[in-house]
Design a protein around this ligand. Sequence first.
Ligand code: GLY
Length: 523
Amino acid sequence: MQPTLKTRPLVLSGFMATGKTTCGRALAGRCGVPFVDVDEEIEREANRSIADIWAAEGEPGFRAREQAAISRILEARAPAVIAVGGGALVDGATRRRVLDRAIVVTLEADVDTILARASAGAVRPNLGGPDPRARAVSLLLARREAYAEAHAVMRTDDVDVDTVVDACHRLWTEDPLLLPLGARSHAITFVRNKPNRLTDALATLGPSGVVVVTDSNVHRARHAWLDAALAPLAIEPVVVTLPPGEPNKTLATVGTIWDAALGAGIDRDAVVLAWGGGVPCDMAAFAASTLLRGLRLVAAPTSLLGMVDASVGGKTGFDHAAGKNLIGSFWQPSQVVIDVDHLATLPTRERAAGLAEVVKIALALDAGLLDTLDAARGAWRTLPPEDLLPVIRRAVELKIRVVSDDERESSTRAILNLGHTIGHALEAATGFARHLHGEAVAIGLVAELEAGVRRGVTPAALATRIRHLLAAIGLPTDAAPGELARARAFLHADKKRAGGRIRLPVVTEAGRVTMDSVGLAAI
Ligand code: GLY
């Protein structure tokens, strides 16, 4: 049977002699699509060998030809397997361009395997010189971060070609997104009712133990899915079932994760699995970042908010009486597995709260997504999970763009705080108990938009449009009397405050946002 292929090409990258051509030809044959070897394209075009081009034009001349060839091949936008040279994606701008348009797999092999294969094959100009091993080791070191920025990294020295082809083929049909962050890069995979996808994500890491962090609501509704995901691993997991809800997002609750994990004797090869909505995801990730000075993390969010926001971008933490998320860390997962079928049992109020984050990112970055949300309005509350998938994927794609440019929120990531300055203050002012996070964000969005209208930067019609959209989704758009006044005191605890001013995202039109420094009195 012909496999279902996505339209993006699959690019095989990695050091020379890691098997790109062999695996690429086999994969293309399996899928019935063309195989393109960029080095062969360059040679055909120049009517000269790669070695001759290096001799005549040096590395800069070769790289210029290589980049032009890659751009041209990707321009065709057709499914194909493309093998690129070992240094082709080292340049950051070229790599990001390719990652935007293709699924990228880095193939890896030990230096001994590489040297053995290279000496048996064609002339390798980049491995010339008196000490090919030293040259290979130094190139591999220099390219380590670039090679890690791929949808998957696969070893080829101790596995057969079919195994690599199978893995590439599965990845291609899954069509994951990638958060490219050098060595912290990871894939975000979207599936429907596939607990075994989580099994694979965990198994790939070869964990010595698994610490599952969830809450009692999620565990009650979805435990059969979790059991199905964990059973094939044959590892007795440590399951930490937290009390649900934002009021429990505290140091004391994080302490219960530490206690359970350490009490079970986990070691540094254990993996923390964040399995739940935004609250357990944030605390699980914080616990992962601190246990034994940092454990690997896999996120499998079960709520809409967890899928579109909490599990993407590496923010972790918990609340403090002084304010929301005031203590935390940045800690990226090794993989994110989003199974949208979890949404089938998510309460409507929780779904609406997640949609607030989707409205936020659309309002800030994508007028088209905002139109999509507006087209179905209240129907988003009840549509089956699969109908939400394109919207979830788009929201994640947008967030990835922001986070990959500014992981630690030193500048542009702050636009994701749209609606959150007032939203967070409102949550803190009401003891984290009255509003779900997304509900507070909805009220915050309207309040911040209306503040923008008063300052003459946000169109009044847009503020009205968002108010109506949020209300149609079933979200609150106004705080109760006195709540906003009480929230004002908590603006002073906001992480983005400096003196009497705060850096606030300001919407100038649908899908467009800028950062502004606003006096606290003007909010
Ligand atoms: N939730 C905002 C962020 O991840 O930056």
